[in-house]
Design a protein around this ligand. Structure first.
Ligand SMILES: [Zn+2]
Length: 438
């Protein structure tokens, strides 16, 4: 199959008239400044590399439009999230994740990193297949036609207070393997495939006792290792009160930080934390729609980038499954918090959107010979994007402007329609039964 792109993102900007030859799911050649040839599939607008969603919780999609009427805090939202978590089983998890990943594919996501901690049955007892829930996510991604980096998450404690770690509450029982060694043994049963990579995650310094952090880092063994970091001030206060240091310093002291590690949020980090994160090469995942929805705050993402931390973005709790909007919000919030424009250039935002390498896929994320054939065609003629320069499309386009998505050479979305059909209907069928039980 050969695609002719009206414009395509190559390196740090766009070129016009780009022919991309695809063989066996890989890009065989790229030619620029050429007219379309007979038989080429034409992709109008701007063709971006596949987008990498670096932080997602598929099941949070069930909460969209249902948690906003009574105000509250991150912690009251979490109670509602736990109510949904308590109702899921491998079958309903598969239905919900499949529909959620299909929605992400519609927005141009070709690989999702799932931060997965719903491991066991509702009473905390393992399913007969100890990885039944993880396998449901693998199936969901395969059905939705996107790649998956499954970040199996270690979650052992119910929280952190000044006098120590709290016991798990009843809902949290299903998140826990009891000990990092048992978690590592279970995760050892997961195998990579052509479209699935396995990494690891530490839920947070609240959920993994300090003396077991190094065990999780060791088990990750150079694979992607993610951690929620300083999303809320209460986490910092508890860590300071009990350990006498910030969450960043605690992770650094236990060998968690480094170039294979991605810290998610990093909203409330101080100058010392920023220096430590940057010097270690730890990546930062911004999730601005979630950070706004949960009133977390605005992270210092430009300062982190300047300190040496690569930036990526995530859809996180699926407030909206629109990664282009996430990247735009990173820049918008930087402007609001600093009073300066152009904190991240459009090219830097595209780079943040395409960090497949941080998710274990070094052969994806650019339109270049030998790379996986991921192509995301964005309209330049919609009511939102008409008149935009191709190089600045990321500052205006959103999920609704994505018309065609190719993943590993396979067309998953064509003219705004997913191969699974009506994704809205799939979402409704997955979400409504979860609430009918309440
Ligand atoms: Zn998260």
């Amino acid at each position: 199959m050969t695609y002719w792109c009206e414009h395509a993102w190559l390196g740090s900007g766009t070129a016009a008239g780009v022919r991309v030859d695809v063989r066996n799911g890989r890009i065989a050649s790229v030619a620029t400044g050429v007219p379309p040839a007979h038989g080429d599939e034409r992709l109008a607008g701007v063709v971006l590399p596949g987008l990498a969603d670096s932080h997602a919780h598929a099941f949070h999609r069930a909460l969209r439009g249902r948690t906003h009427d009574r105000g509250g805090t991150f912690w009251s939202w979490r109670r509602q999230m736990y109510a949904v978590a308590a109702r899921l089983d491998p079958e309903s998890y598969l239905s919900l994740a499949r529909a959620t990943y299909a929605e992400l594919a519609l927005s141009g996501v070709t690989c999702v990193a799932e931060f997965h901690y719903l491991h066991h049955g509702p009473d905390g007892r393992p399913y007969a297949d100890h990885n039944a829930m993880g396998h449901a996510l693998e199936q969901a991604a395969a059905d939705a036609g996107i790649r998956l980096t499954l970040l199996d998450t270690c979650y052992l404690a119910g929280g952190l207070a000044a006098d120590g770690y709290l016991p798990l509450d009843p809902v949290q029982q299903r998140f826990s393997d009891g000990h990092a060694a048992a978690w590592a043994k279970r995760v050892d049963g997961l195998a990579d495939t052509e479209s699935v990579r396995h990494g690891a995650a530490i839920h947070s310094v609240r959920a993994v006792p300090a003396d077991q952090l190094k065990d999780v880092a060791a088990a990750a063994a150079g694979r992607p290792l993610h951690v929620h970091l300083s999303e809320q001030p209460a986490e910092n206060a508890a860590c300071l009160a009990h350990h006498g240091c910030t969450p960043t310093a605690l992770l650094a002291a236990h060998g968690v930080l480094g170039p294979s590690t991605t810290a998610v949020h990093a909203t409330h980090v101080d100058a010392d934390d920023i220096a430590v994160l940057g010097k270690s090469g730890t990546a930062i995942c911004a999730c601005p729609s979630t950070e706004a929805d949960l009133a977390d705050g605005i992270g210092p993402f430009r300062r982190l980038a300047e300190a040496g931390s690569p930036l990526c973005v995530g859809s996180d709790q699926q407030v909206h499954s629109d990664l282009l909007a996430e990247a735009r919000a990173v820049e918008s919030y930087e402007r609001l918090s600093t009073g300066e424009r152009g904190r991240f250039s459009p090219a830097e935002l595209v780079a943040a959107l395409t960090r497949h390498d941080l998710l274990g896929w070094a052969d994806a994320g650019t339109i270049a010979e030998g790379q996986r054939a991921d192509l995301v065609a964005v309209r330049l003629d919609s009511a939102r994007t008409a008149g935009c320069l191709p190089d600045q499309i990321v500052t205006a386009a959103g999920a609704a402007d994505v018309h065609t998505v190719v993943v590993d050479g396979r067309v998953v979305v064509r003219e705004g329609r997913h191969v699974l059909g009506d994704v809205g209907a799939l979402l409704a069928a997955a979400i409504e039964p979860l609430w009918d039980q309440s």
